[in-house]
Design a binder for this molecule. Structure first.
Ligand code: GH3
Ligand code: MG
Ligand code: MG
Ligand code: MG
Length: 307
């Protein structure tokens, strides 16, 4: 929550240095501390993650540069801004810190007001970046994830499914006779209908790892990790009934007097042949299968699920 105090992780092998920095920041930040590199890596990975790390360079075992390298190599910690705080003030040291992905480099001895100002600045920038990233993944009309977020997430889920040999299901969902709805009730009512259907679909997904995205105009896609075909089919049918029960009048629908959806269900089964395959080609196969089954659902009269 952006209104909460930001969490700052202070990493230094000398407790006195930690105390000075912690005293300087404690009124405006929640402080976590680590006295060596491994501890810093652990804390950085653990939720709630720090919003910023103040990182000493000279430490026994892992030095600050190596800690930074590892944080930047791990997708879970990559986005946390790192400010180096070090007595090593040579140009080369500072340049290396920036080249490794540090956002700033403070040399010791430092001025406390300047440290505070730099910390504030980098936390503000981090929050702006987070807000922009969030916006870039949301469909503005319905508030659910957009196509871009789906494209990113399906890559991650496909890699995970192939690695763990888990099933992975996709639901391709399309509103029935939506062109007729727009033509009859108007585009504004069409937008409202899209919002209600999106809400109902999103609320119908039960597991934390499930994702609903708007895939195109009146088409949605649900990603269901670790879900076998029968379970995905059951879920799809529940979503279908939930939308039906919204009871949005649709005078132009030959399928029902209300707005309905059709759903195609595709499931990845990790056979040895599939394990050899490239992520993207498996994603394409899964999308094609879901689309074909959606088409069959349409051909069978709509308001139904095909798997
Ligand atoms: P089917 O049952 O075969 O899916 O028929 P359909 O009429 O739903 O399919 P079609 O693809 O012919 O029409 C989709 C319509 O969705 C066309 C367009 O008017 C409407 N649509 C797409 N995006 C939006 C949107 O953002 N807002 C509104 N109001 N309508 C949209
Ligand atoms: Mg040190
Ligand atoms: Mg449609
Ligand atoms: Mg469509």
């Amino acid at each position: 929550m952006p209104s909460e105090l930001p969490i700052v992780l202070i990493v230094d092998d000398v407790p006195t240095n930690i105390h000075i920095l912690a005293d300087a920041l404690r009124h405006e930040c929640r402080i976590k501390v680590a006295v060596h590199g491994e501890e810093a890596l652990d804390i950085a990975r653990t939720a709630p993650q720090p919003d910023l790390i103040l990182l000493d360079v000279m430490m026994p075992d892992l030095d600050g540069y190596e800690v930074c390298r590892r944080l930047k190599n791990d997708p879970i910690t990559r986005a946390i801004p790192i400010i180096f705080v070090s007595a090593r003030d040579a140009e080369d040291d500072q340049t290396l810190g920036f080249n490794l992905g540090g956002v700033d480099y403070i040399t010791k001895p430092f001025s406390i007001p300047v440290v505070r100002a730099r910390v504030r600045t980098h936390i503000r920038l981090k929050r702006q970046t987070d807000a922009l990233q969030h916006l870039s993944r949301i469909d503005p009309l319905t508030g659910v994830a957009n196509r871009r977020h789906f494209d990113e997430l399906i890559q991650i889920e496909m890699r995970r499914a192939l690695r763990d040999q888990d099933p992975l299901s996709l639901l391709m969902i399309d509103i029935d006779y939506f062109k007729g709805y727009n033509d009859y009730y108007g585009h504004g009512a069409g937008d409202l209908c899209l919002q209600q259907v999106a809400n109902t679909l999103a609320n119908g997904l039960s597991r934390p790892g499930d994702l609903l995205a708007r895939y195109g105009g009146e088409e949605f896609i649900a990603v269901l990790p670790a879900t076998v075909r029968t379970a995905a089919h059951q879920l799809a049918d529940r979503l279908r009934i939930n939308v039906l029960q919204l009871g949005i009048a649709h005078a132009q629908s030959p399928a029902a007097a209300v707005v309905t959806i059709s759903v195609g269900v595709a499931t990845l089964i990790s056979t040895p042949a599939v394990l050899q395959a490239h992520n993207q080609s498996e994603i394409d196969v899964l999308l094609k299968e879901a689309d074909t089954l959606l088409y069959s659902a349409k051909a069978s009269g709509r308001n139904c699920v095909m798997s």
